[in-house]
Write a protein that binds this ligand. Structure first.
Ligand SMILES: [Zn+2]
Ligand SMILES: [Zn+2]
Ligand SMILES: [Zn+2]
Length: 117
């Protein structure tokens, strides 16, 4: 028995034997059915809604990892320009009020824009 995952990196289905590497893990972990929470192998999931998990296949896993790494580096770079750490520190020390609201919106917008790239 095997099951399928959908590789979102390249957009295709792939066959899995029961264990797969998940984002950032060093060891493969057992695939579980999202709707029922039992391992995908060895149980009948014909009654489960949509047990297909989005997961980069072994071939594209490295691509995905590199992409995540690039995004992280870019965030680090922009962090300095934006002075995120200073702003977060100021946010902590500010009392509730319009100034704090404006600043937290500023930071949230910035984080949101970073995640979109
Ligand atoms: Zn699997
Ligand atoms: Zn299931
Ligand atoms: Zn793939």
């Amino acid at each position: 028995m095997s099951h399928q995952h959908f590789c979102h990196v390249a957009g295709h289905y792939w066959e899995c034997e029961g264990k797969a590497l998940r984002g950032g893990d060093a060891e493969p972990s057992v695939c579980v059915c999202l709707p029922c929470g039992r391992p995908l192998e060895g149980f009948d999931h014909s009654g489960c809604d949509d047990p297909v998990e989005l997961l980069a296949c072994p071939e594209h896993m490295e691509e995905e990892r590199q992409h995540v790494e690039e995004v992280r580096k870019e965030i680090d770079r922009h962090r300095g320009e934006f002075q995120l750490d200073e702003k977060l520190a100021r946010l902590k020390s500010l009392a509730e009020g319009p100034e704090k609201d404006a600043l937290s919106k500023d930071v949230a917008d910035w984080l949101f824009r970073r995640l979109q790239r």
